[in-house]
Write a new protein. Structure first.
Length: 255
């Protein structure tokens, strides 16, 4: 299959202003990871300053943003791990988010299953892992909606569970045409609610998160339990629900 199954005219026809509140999940250990190494808050602050000096510089167009927003752009350069709309080693970063907290958690659970399936020597954690799920206000002009005709004609390519090449080629062209964000259906969410790939910090309508939730995810051999503290809600995932991914199927093992 050609990676250019679409035309630039189709891309431009599906481009339009997009405004949305989106949710992103990150591991919550960023809040306490250094506390166990020190004896006081002053020592922790000093350690955090030292660690900050070893990190890549914050991009100039991100210096007004909260660190939860700019982190995917800060650590993009040379990252060897590809994603749906970003090539391995690409200079540009992508901020991925979802239309709902549940969709963001679905994405996290899939990649947790995949990590342990592809790391046979790594034991499953005995305790639940804590995640921060935070909301951001997005406003892209233009954005690219892949659920909108004519680009929706190629939806099978945009939602392939393993082959990201068409999406990466599309993102390259979208950047050339100054598209700020791509809207597409989630592959991992069984309801296929929307995901957002933010290509530039310009798409952030505010510099700080709008809201935060705390989630705990307990991974088991064939399932995962996700629980939110407030609002009080939870989701049970079955690993077999993600078997559409050939990577996960090929890496299946007995935990």
């Amino acid at each position: 299959m050609s990676f250019t199954i679409w035309t630039r005219e189709e891309l431009l026809a599906s481009s339009l202003p997009i405004e949305a509140v989106a949710w992103r999940a990150v591991e919550a250990q960023h809040r306490v990871s250094t506390m166990k190494l020190v004896d006081s808050l002053a020592e922790q602050a000093a350690l955090e300053r030292l660690l900050e000096e070893t990190k890549p510089p914050i991009p100039v167009d991100c210096d007004y943003l909260h660190y939860l927003l700019y982190s995917p752009f800060r650590y993009a350069r040379g990252n060897p791990h590809p994603s749906r709309f970003r090539r391995a080693g690409a200079f540009e970063g992508v901020f991925y988010a979802s239309a709902s907290p549940e969709t963001a958690i679905s994405e996290i659970v899939f990649y947790r299953f995949l990590f342990y399936a592809e790391s046979p020597a790594t034991k499953l954690p005995g305790n639940a892992a804590e995640y921060t799920v935070f909301a951001v206000q997005l406003r892209a002009d233009p954005g690219l909606d892949l659920t909108r005709p004519p680009m929706s004609r190629h939806l099978a390519a945009w939602t392939n569970p393993d082959d990201y090449a068409p999406c990466q080629t599309l993102a390259d062209q979208a950047r050339n045409d100054h598209v700020e964000m791509i809207c597409y259906p989630s592959v991992r969410d069984l309801q296929h609610r929307l995901n957002y790939a933010v290509l530039t910090p310009k798409a952030f309508a505010q510099s700080n998160p709008l809201a935060q939730q705390s989630w705990h995810i307990l991974l088991r051999s064939e399932s995962a339990l996700a629980k939110c503290e407030a609002p009080d809600t939870g989701i049970t995932f079955r690993k077999k629900d993600f078997d559409v991914s050939s990577r996960l199927k090929s890496a299946q093992r007995a935990f």
